[in-house]
Design a protein. Structure first.
Length: 120
């Protein structure tokens, strides 16, 4: 298995980028877990609606807008990921400062592009 990834803001709607990301991550061999506001399954990955203390998270790929992220800062940093990728529309300078203080790497990038260019 490659990097364990939490898709945060996952959606069962097939036209959503978080949905595409789950499918691409799974097909690329990554261990994927997902959190969203509605339960469902995408490419065999269950979308959890409760905050779970997933062990061994390498990367969180963020698909939730900055305003909605605020209530999850403590939870997300508590997972101790190596990095958080803020996909387009999820950029959050306030959270960036918190991550810097905690020594968690972050980048504003598109997970789908990173995967397609072997930079994930």
């Amino acid at each position: 298995m490659k990097k364990k990834t939490l898709v945060f803001g996952a959606s069962v709607k097939p036209h959503r980028y978080s949905n595409f990301a789950i499918t691409r991550l799974v097909s690329s061999g990554h261990n994927v877990v997902a959190f969203g506001l509605r339960k469902g399954t995408v490419s065999g990955v269950e979308i959890d609606t409760e905050l779970i203390q997933y062990p061994g998270i390498d990367t969180i790929t963020m698909y939730m807008n900055a305003q909605r992220q605020k209530q999850f800062y403590h939870y997300l940093t508590g997972l101790k990921p190596k990095r958080i990728i803020f996909n387009p529309g999820a950029e959050n300078p306030e959270f960036f400062r918190i991550l810097e203080e905690k020594g968690i790497a972050f980048e504003s990038a598109c997970t789908l592009v990173l995967l397609s260019t072997d930079q994930y």
